[in-house]
Structure formats: C-alpha cells, structure tokens
Design a protein around this ligand. Structure first.
Ligand SMILES: [Zn+2]
Length: 419
C-alpha cells in the first residue's frame, strides 16, 4: 500500500505540456528506451565493479584489446578520484570518463573512503541499485538539473564535510545524510520551476499545496527509492525513519525561497558565537547550510567550470521561457532569452544569493583555505560577468541604435546594480 503510493509519486515530474512536445519530437525506437535503460544500468554496475578493481590497484583480468580504451578512461577516472577533495575537480571530465556514471561512481567511492559501507553494514548490491535508480531518475536532457549537477553538489558537499571545523564533529550518520541529500536533492527535476508547475496546474503542485513543490518531490522520490532498493531495510525501523526525516529536512532546505530564514539564523549563531556542534540539532543546521552552499557553489568554482554551469542553467531557464511563449503563458523572470542575458542573470544570482551565503559560510569556517579560494573565484567570476554584460549591452545598442544608451561601467569591476 504505502510503497505503492510512493512508487506512483516518483517518476511523476514530467510536465503535462512536455508530453505534447515529446509526441512531435519522438524518434523511432523510443519505445525500447526502458529496456535500453535497464541494460545501461546493468552495464554501469559492471563498469563500477571493473572500476573498483582498478581503484583498489588490481589489474583487470581481461587485457583484451577491446577493453583498452575503457581501461584507459577508468584509469583516468580512478586517478581523478584520488583528488576528489580538491576544489578544481572537473566533474564534466569525470562524467565523460565514467561514461555518464559520475554520480554512481562518485558516491560509491565517497561511501567507501568515509567508511560508511562498513559502519552501516550496507549491502553493495542494494547500494548500487539505489544509486543507479537515483542517477537514472535525473533527466539527462535537462541542461542543468541533471545527474552531473547532483554529482557536482555531492563533490562540493564532500569538500565542506572535510572542513576542519566540521570533520572533527560530524558523526558517520551526519556524513551519510550529507552525501545522500546532496546526491538526491534534485532527483526527477522536470527542468521547470515551481511557478511554472503552479500555473500549469501540475499534479505535483496540487499534491504539495504550492509550497516547496519540487523539493518535496525530490525528497519523497528519494524515500521511495530507498524503500524500493531496501538499502536501509536491515536497520531498526526508528533509525531508518529518522534518516528519511532528516533527509527531508536537508533537501527541503535547498528551497531558495527559504534562503533568508536560514541566513538570519546563521548570522545570529555567528554573532552570538553559540554554535555548539556537539549538539545534533546544530550539526543538522550546519549540514543544511553546507548543502545550500554546495547547491549554489557554481560561481565559486574556477571560471572555466563556472561558466559552463552558468550557460547550462540559463539554457534551462530559456527553454522554460520558450515553453511559456509557445503556450501563451506569461514568461517567467530570467526566462526570456531576448531580454535576460547570461551575464545579467549571473550577476543577480551572485549578488543576491551566492555572495551573502558564502560570506557567512566563510565566517563559520574561518580560518579556511577553501573558503578563501572560493571567495577569490567568486569575486573574479563576478567581475568577468560584469565585463561581459558591458560588452553585451554595447553590442545590443549597435544592433538597435535607437535603444537606450547603456550605462558605462568605466572599468568598475564590481558593479552592484540590479540586472
Ligand atoms: Zn540543485
């Protein structure tokens, strides 16, 4: 009964409008996708077994030339994993080297190195089944909200968990929850935002009464997959129930509409210096903040990685805007390719969301080398977008000579104005 409801809830995020579009664009042979998917999952499992042998430094026992290329890729992936705690980790490259299995491969590795498999006596087959389901339920055709974003957030989360302030205090359960929440926090994301689901009367908006619609869905989908895989079935009922609840509280914290609430509480704790990480509730709060940081850390990455994420997220916004235009709906803020440029969107996002959060995170982690590095990238990237926005407005006035003159920025690197 209960499991059935959960199963019906998950895989349910495709907007009804998408179906009509899919019908016109559908390719022959798409019916086979279910079987192909199952095959892909099986292959990814075999790949992991293969990779894990390499990771443990064992030679693969089939040196046939057919596998040479694969071995080379997996060798490079294994090498990357040896530096998984470094901030310039290239998740796009890692995803290519693992043949699109970055999330499964990364999570298995982190669970191993963090000792979670041993501590919770996890069944490797169930763990793979669960992670495979999570990875598969991300929509690979989303430019941004796909499994690579989940892997990226998980890698960032791991870096934050390793901060000295935290590492000394976190229990294995905290680490387990932090990594799990990061990996699953956007699962089955439809590639459109909450206002879109509300105005198209999507069933998820009704189900979750128009509040934290997507985040609730990510959480309930995760719970569904946890139960379906039986990953926690060997644990006492109250413990697995507690894990499900805490995962919910962590994933729901990523709702950007609740940013102020979290920021105010964090500032209060830092001002009063009353954060006590011996307390489970305080550790949970810091995990919520760490996950929020990991989720929006793109502008804190080095430019080349950061730029790719920016273009992807804007592409996803524009696609929503195109859908809205096509179906005569009002075009959402930031979703109009004609008026909302990538640099303008990024400067707004950095100024109002990322900077305020990471300033407090730096205060909390102080003295932290990583926070210094992240703030360095953040300021550099913001300056880059400012220059690009200036170039963009110049180009706009050239093509539309009667348009309003742009305000010259005079080489100002950190323009604070609203896009
Ligand atoms: Zn996310």
């Amino acid at each position: 009964g209960h499991a059935g409801v959960l199963l019906a809830e998950r895989r349910g995020s495709y907007p009804p409008i998408d179906l009509r579009i899919l019908k016109t664009n559908s390719q022959p042979g798409e019916v086979e996708s279910g079987t192909r998917r199952k095959l892909k999952r099986l292959l990814s499992f075999q790949r992991y077994c293969h990779a894990s042998r390499l990771l443990r430094g064992l030679m693969p026992h089939t040196p046939g030339s057919l596998h040479l290329l694969d071995d080379d890729y997996l060798g490079q992936a294994a090498h990357m994993l040896s530096k998984v705690d470094t901030w310039n980790f290239d998740i796009f490259l890692f995803d290519r080297l693992t043949n699109g299995n970055s999330l499964v491969t990364l999570m298995c590795h982190l669970f191993n190195v963090c000792g979670l498999i041993h501590h919770f006596q996890l069944d490797m087959v169930k763990l793979h089944r669960f992670l495979g389901m999570v990875q598969e339920d991300y929509h690979s055709h989303n430019p941004y909200h796909n499994a690579v974003h989940a892997a990226d957030v998980t890698q960032a989360m791991y870096c934050y968990i390793k901060e000295t302030k935290l590492a000394e205090q976190l229990t294995p359960l905290d680490v387990f929850l932090g990594l799990m929440a990061a990996a699953a926090h956007d699962v089955d994301h439809p590639g459109v935002n909450q206002p879109f689901l509300i105005k198209t009367r999507h069933h998820l908006a009704t189900l979750y009464q128009n509040t934290s619609v997507l985040e609730s869905h990510h959480w309930r989908s995760t719970v569904g997959m946890l139960r379906e895989s039986g990953l926690l079935s060997h644990l006492p009922a109250d413990m697995s129930q507690d894990i499900e609840q805490q995962l919910g509280s962590l994933i729901l914290a990523t709702d950007i509409n609740r940013q102020n609430e979290f920021l105010i509480t964090l500032r209060e704790h830092l001002d009063n210096q009353d954060m006590d990480l011996q307390l489970a509730t305080h550790r949970h709060f810091i995990l919520q903040i760490a996950l929020k940081c990991a989720d929006v850390c793109n502008p804190c990455r080095e430019w080349e990685l950061s730029r790719q994420w920016s273009e992807r997220v804007c592409e996803e916004f524009y696609r929503q805007g195109d859908l809205e235009r096509k179906f005569d709906l009002e075009i959402s803020p930031l979703c109009d390719q004609q008026t909302d440029s990538v640099p303008a969107i990024q400067i707004g996002f950095i100024s109002y969301i990322v900077e305020p959060l990471f300033e407090e995170w730096q205060r909390f982690t102080e003295p932290s080398m990583l926070s210094q590095i992240m703030m360095g990238h953040l300021h550099k990237n913001k300056a880059c977008w400012s220059r690009l926005r200036y170039v963009h407005t110049l180009a706009e006035t050239k093509t539309h000579p009667h348009a309003e003159e742009p305000e010259p920025e005079g080489g100002q690197e950190e323009a604070e104005d609203i896009p």
